[in-house]
Design a protein around this ligand. Structure first.
Ligand SMILES: [Zn+2]
Length: 229
């Protein structure tokens, strides 16, 4: 099965994590190319519509959700999953920008109070969008179960009891073990160095608020897959 996204590289900084993401050739680049799939993502996590989104179309993500980059949708879904764990701190933020030399290549910056939380949310969001855009006939991902799996995973790695609610400020683990999360670049993807090659400018800088979540059939993906802490 063809993959929608390929995560080329993950860079962990002090407060943010940057994922360089390739939208694989043959896959849609913009939500407007497959509005049904975009709607599937919306129904998994309707709270993304109300995310603050400082793009050019308006102040909430719903203002541009119908025609924006898939990478931007991935960013908002990731932020929402982080949010719903309750472990992301007061605010979760993201920013997505295109990489000049390849229209299929994007840098997604995510706030990173905890490496495992951010990477886990990203990989779960990739799994959910894979379902929405490529394999919609498969059972729908279980957002609530995935969020709970992520929460338990992060708390167990912190040595905390997953039945307690943590406030996210006391991460014991820090910038370890993230550099091995990305594969090598393919052909002309040019995922070589950080920073200066992202000349298209930010699409947005934004935050999100926790709202309701949506129960669905139990399917787990990403880092939460199979985790039963
Ligand atoms: Zn946005």
């Amino acid at each position: 099965m063809a993959e929608l996204f390929k995560i080329m590289k993950i860079t962990v900084g002090e407060e943010k994590l940057t994922a360089r993401v390739l939208v694989n050739p043959g896959m849609p680049l913009r939500t407007a190319e497959d509005i049904e799939a975009t709607a599937r993502v919306y129904y998994l996590a309707p709270a993304i519509a109300k995310h603050v989104c400082l793009g050019d179309a308006g102040s909430e993500f719903q203002d541009c959700m119908g025609d924006t980059e898939l990478a931007h949708l991935l960013e908002h879904l990731t932020v929402e999953l982080m949010n719903e764990t309750g472990l992301a701190g007061d605010i979760s933020c993201g920013r997505t920008r295109g990489i000049a030399e390849d229209p299929r290549l994007f840098d997604i910056e995510l706030s990173c109070p905890d490496d495992v939380l951010t990477i886990g949310a990203l990989s779960s969001a990739v799994f959910m969008m894979q379902w929405a855009f490529v394999q919609p006939d498969a059972p729908a991902p279980d957002v609530e179960g995935t969020v709970e799996g992520l929460r338990r995973l992060v708390l167990s790695l912190r040595g905390e009891d997953a039945t307690e609610v943590a406030d996210g400020d006391d991460a014991d683990i820090d910038d370890a073990a993230a550099d091995d999360a990305a594969g090598g670049p393919e052909e002309d993807a040019a995922a070589d160095v950080d920073g200066d090659d992202a000349v298209d400018g930010p699409i947005d800088v934004e935050g999100a608020r926790v709202e309701e979540d949506t129960p669905a059939d139990p399917v787990f993906g990403g880092a939460a897959a199979g985790y039963e802490g």
